[in-house]
Design a binder for this molecule. Structure first.
Ligand SMILES: C[S@@+](CC[C@H](N)C(=O)[O-])C[C@H]1O[C@@H](n2cnc3c(N)ncnc32)[C@H](O)[C@@H]1O
Length: 234
């Protein structure tokens, strides 16, 4: 039996029953090769492993992804869903949507992963469910515009994972940035400032892959605790 068939056989409609599909194996390996051949940007190995560890800690029931591409990270994330969990993932490129559907079907995950075709800013505004984890991996320059909707859709106690926030080291370097990349870098600096200054978030930035920001959204009680402590101190 070849890798992809073996995965089809082992995955049910419920996120493979907690079975993690590992980078470099079976269908994910085939997808990595497809992505490399066709210049499709997917999460690199370090970021994939970070997502698995984070997911194991959070055990999300609902995940939202912005930026599906061929469905690689969505299929990877399906392995860390809580039983019965679901992933919604947004993609605007029609060819990518078709390819993602094909791989998701082959992984036996059509009932677990919903690919929502469309421009993320429009789709996000229409969503009304809330999510335990949001993975933001789309057009870098649009992150500041996506943030308010992502925070509306993220549960208290949930995690926002933003990929590529250091953009080839340019965002934190302090070095002058060439004209072509300046807008993206400036937008990403604005985005990191927004994350760091939001009182509902605790954010750290990890130099993993192209830079990953982890933002924990505080629960109501955690907001109150801190406010209470501050008023006692003054
Ligand atoms: C880096 S790739 C996503 C890779 C995927 N998360 C993975 O690791 O397997 C970014 C994808 O986001 C899509 N994208 C970029 N901006 C978008 C937007 N504003 N709305 C919807 N999709 C967008 C692109 O078409 C591209 O396929």
């Amino acid at each position: 039996m070849t890798g992809p068939e073996r995965i089809d056989a082992s995955c049910g409609a419920d996120g493979c029953g907690g079975k993690i599909l590992k980078p470099g194996e079976g269908l994910l390996k085939e997808m990595e090769q497809y992505a490399a051949r066709n210049y499709v940007p997917i999460v690199n190995r370090d970021t994939a492993e970070l997502l698995i560890v984070l997911g194991r800690l959070i055990k999300p029931v609902r995940i939202l992804e912005v930026g599906t591409a061929i469905g690689y990270s969505a299929i990877l994330l399906s392995g860390i869903l809580a039983p019965g969990g679901r992933i919604d993932t947004i993609e605007r490129d029609e060819d990518m949507v078709l390819k993602a559907h094909e791989y998701i079907r082959r992984a036996g995950l059509a009932d677990t992963i919903a690919v929502i075709a469309g421009e993320a800013s429009e789709v996000l505004a229409c969503l009304d469910k809330t999510y335990d984890m949001i993975f933001l991996d789309a057009a870098k320059g649009q992150y500041p515009a996506f943030l308010p909707e992502c925070l509306r859709l993220l549960k208290g106690g949930g995690l926002l994972v933003s990929d590529n926030v250091l953009f080839m080291g340019m965002v934190d370097s302090g070095e002058p940035v060439g004209r072509k990349k300046r807008t993206i870098v400036n937008n990403m600096r604005t985005y990191l400032d927004m994350l760091r200054s939001d009182p509902s978030l605790d954010t750290c930035i990890l130099p993993v892959g192209d830079g990953v920001a982890l933002s924990y959204k505080r629960m109501e009680t955690e907001m109150d605790d801190e406010q209470g402590q501050n008023s006692q101190e003054t």
